[in-house]
Design a protein around this ligand. Structure first.
Ligand SMILES: [Zn+2]
Length: 102
């Protein structure tokens, strides 16, 4: 049973990776597809009990669940060692630590 759960997680992580890379390549021409991919990712995350990898955390809006591309529909700034991601759709911003505390 434990093995099965591990498999589900690794498959989910793999799909998250693919979906985010698809989302970034589709964003220019089909932004609505990217937003759909983010929704799929969020569903996957809830189902499989995995966390979205760190590198993708600034690529979506937690509030309105859309794909965020820095410079296009989001602003990414750093302040005091924190990354600030601003969603231009819902005007929501999130702060996250740039470096994990050692
Ligand atoms: Zn938003």
């Amino acid at each position: 049973m434990a093995k099965r759960i591990g498999n589900v997680r690794s498959i989910a992580l793999e799909r998250i990776n693919t979906l985010f890379s698809e989302a970034s390549s589709e964003f220019k021409n089909h932004p609505e597809r990217s937003h759909r991919y983010v929704k799929i990712v969020l569903r996957l995350v809830a189902k499989a009990g995995v966390r979205i990898p760190r590198k993708f955390r600034s690529n979506y809006c937690r509030k309105c669940k859309i794909y965020l591309s820095s410079g296009v529909n989001s602003k990414v700034r750093t302040r005091n060692g924190k990354l600030i991601v601003f969603c231009s759709k819902c005007k929501n911003y999130r702060r996250m630590l740039l470096k994990p505390r050692v």
